[in-house]
Design a protein around this ligand. Structure first.
Ligand SMILES: NC(=O)c1ccc[n+]([C@@H]2O[C@H](COP(=O)([O-])OP(=O)(O)OC[C@H]3O[C@@H](n4cnc5c(N)ncnc54)[C@H](OP(=O)(O)O)[C@@H]3O)[C@@H](O)[C@H]2O)c1
Length: 239
């Protein structure tokens, strides 16, 4: 049965792969994009693209209204939008710290809160948050990013407890290093060092993250909530 799915940050990278996977399965998919124009591929897939910066509550409200009007209340929310602003602690400004928390954690709170309103009324819903292996292991130069991604785990587990009785699940995916614009910014040397630490010896493809998201939103995963699912080639084992 076709569901109403919303993916934040779905214009590129992991978000686009997630949108592609849900659309291929026959769901009605809306994606948010923040800058530029959404790729033609989204139109070809029949996805609805809605401009929305998740740091702005008014834009979030407007985006939800548009999605609800065009494809109905959101039944599956994938909170994927995220940013990095890497810097060693002593060089990290208040602004660098706050901006990453504002997008990755508070922005996620905003979109989840708005989706949960209608899910609670419907007595069903699936929420999947995209965290990172870095939120569990830590990463030098990414204190802001790691804090925001670790925060998502406590957030999701609180919601799993709060919303479970209404048949709403809330789970976290913790990807390792995935081949997207975010990691293209790394030097060849940094990439080689990372790959050495990954038992599977390679980066993930965005589609591999998307497959786990789809699983957590499927009927087969109806009894899974509050879980942190690693999609990291074994990098974070034990965390
Ligand atoms: N790549 C990795 O190795 C990796 C590993 C673990 C976790 N993750 C997480 O996976 C998610 C997707 O990452 P990615 O690699 O696909 O990154 P990406 O290619 O840099 O894409 C990030 C997406 O988030 C959107 N976004 C950023 N700030 C936003 C805001 N304020 N409001 C709305 N949208 C915003 C971007 O929109 P614009 O196009 O407008 O900038 C873009 O669509 C992120 O949460 C990231 O932290 C990535």
């Amino acid at each position: 049965m076709s569901r109403s799915v919303l993916v934040t940050g779905g214009n590129r990278g992991i978000g686009l792969a997630i949108a592609r996977a849900f659309a291929a399965a026959g769901d009605a998919v809306a994606v948010t994009y923040r800058t530029g124009e959404p790729p033609q591929e989204l139109t070809d897939l029949g996805c609805l693209a809605v401009r929305c910066d998740i740091t702005d509550p008014e834009q979030v409200e407007r985006a939800y209204k548009e999605v609800e009007e065009k494809q109905g209340p959101v039944e599956v929310l994938v909170a994927n939008a995220g940013v990095t602003r890497d810097q060693l602690l002593l060089r990290m400004s208040e602004e660098d710290f706050a901006a990453v928390l504002e997008t990755n954690l508070t922005g996620t709170f905003r979109v989840v809160k708005r989706a949960s309103k209608r899910m609670l009324r419907a007595h069903k819903g699936r929420i999947v948050l995209i965290s990172s292996v870095v939120g569990l292991m830590g990463s030098a130069g990414q204190a802001n990013y790691a804090a925001s991604k670790a925060g998502l785990v406590g957030f999701a587990r609180s919601l799993a407890r709060e919303l479970g009785s209404r048949n709403i699940t809330c789970n976290v995916i913790a990807p390792g290093f995935v081949d997207t614009d975010m990691t293209q910014a790394l030097s060849d040397e940094q990439r080689a060092t990372i790959v050495e630490q990954v038992p599977l010896g390679r980066y993930a493809q965005p589609e591999e993250v998307a497959a786990s998201v789809r699983f957590l939103a499927s009927d087969e995963a109806a009894y899974i909530t509050g879980a942190v699912v690693p999609v990291d080639g074994g990098l974070g084992m034990g965390h």
